[in-house]
Ligand binder design. Structure first.
Ligand code: NAD
Length: 239
């Protein structure tokens, strides 16, 4: 029970990586709020669904107030909700650019701006934001997505400094997953996925539980001296 008694919020927790994290955290003893635009695709004890669009600032504040009033503390926040709207830069529409910024970047800010200071005041917590190898290496056809995922790394270092002020003891880290088998890869052609797999030392794509295990480590007290870091969980891509 590595998260015994902890209260966790996981955005985008209805399926994919967020779904894996929510279920694993609950199995490890946490009470989890899985906040998503769509209902949960699974049933799990101690995981409750909360309908949320992370791009909606007022709704994020309402979720923060709900969690704080219901549980009296928040120990873990995973900023996981994310989308792609891929296009080559010369063809990218304002709508594609703005939508990805709103969800992947502003969405991360919208909740953390409330939860970070609250954790600081309560004397501790762990914030994890899901970046991507695309934020580290860049990727053709993903200027909007890459920009948001790189920005998450800057936010992570900034918040690691801000929320540690005055002995806040809030740890803030990012995970940069490699290509991992979830619905987000549905639009990527198989030959491209094979190419990505070939760029890893392990010669394969990731599985959701492999990202969730990394999140569990960063959420738990086992990582109590780790903050401001990016954990690249990508099978050794382009080493
Ligand atoms: N799967 C990969 O290969 C991979 C690699 C690197 C990073 N990531 C990142 O991991 C995170 C999770 O992705 P995934 O692979 O599980 O994708 P997914 O599409 O399977 O799941 C994403 C979840 O986020 C939810 N969501 C989308 N927009 C939302 C919004 N505005 N508000 C609340 N919830 C919203 C969706 O409903 C869905 O449940 C994303 O941030 C993604 O960018 C994924």
């Amino acid at each position: 029970m590595r998260l015994e008694g902890k209260i966790a919020i996981v955005t985008g927790g209805a399926k994919g990586l967020g779904g894996e994290m929510a279920q694993l955290f609950a199995k490890e003893g946490a009470r989890v709020i899985a906040a998503d635009m769509m209902p949960l695709t699974y049933e799990a004890d101690n995981v409750e669904y909360y309908e949320l669009d992370v791009a909606d600032g007022a709704a994020c504040e309402a979720l923060f107030n709900y969690a704080k009033d219901k549980f009296g503390r928040i120990d873990v926040l995973v900023n996981n909700a994310g989308i792609t709207r891929d296009a080559m830069t010369r063809k990218m529409t304002d709508e594609q650019w703005d939508k990805v910024m709103a969800v992947n970047l502003k969405g991360v800010f919208n909740l953390t701006r409330h939860v970070g200071p609250y954790m600081q005041a309560q004397g501790g917590g762990s914030i994890i934001s899901i970046s991507s190898v695309v934020g580290v290496f860049g990727n053709i056809g993903q200027a909007n997505y890459a920009a948001t995922k790189s920005a998450v790394l800057g936010l992570t270092k900034t918040w690691a400094k801000e929320f540690a002020l005055k002995g806040g003891n809030v740890r803030v880290n990012a995970i940069a997953p490699g290509y991992t088998m979830t619905d987000i890869l549905k639009t990527v052609p198989q030959d491209l996925l094979d190419k990505f797999a070939a760029t890893t030392m392990l010669g394969r794509l990731g599985q959701p539980h492999e990202i969730a295990q990394a999140a569990l480590f960063l959420a738990s007290d086992e990582s109590s001296y780790i903050t401001g870091q990016t954990l690249q969980v990508d099978g050794g891509m382009r080493l």
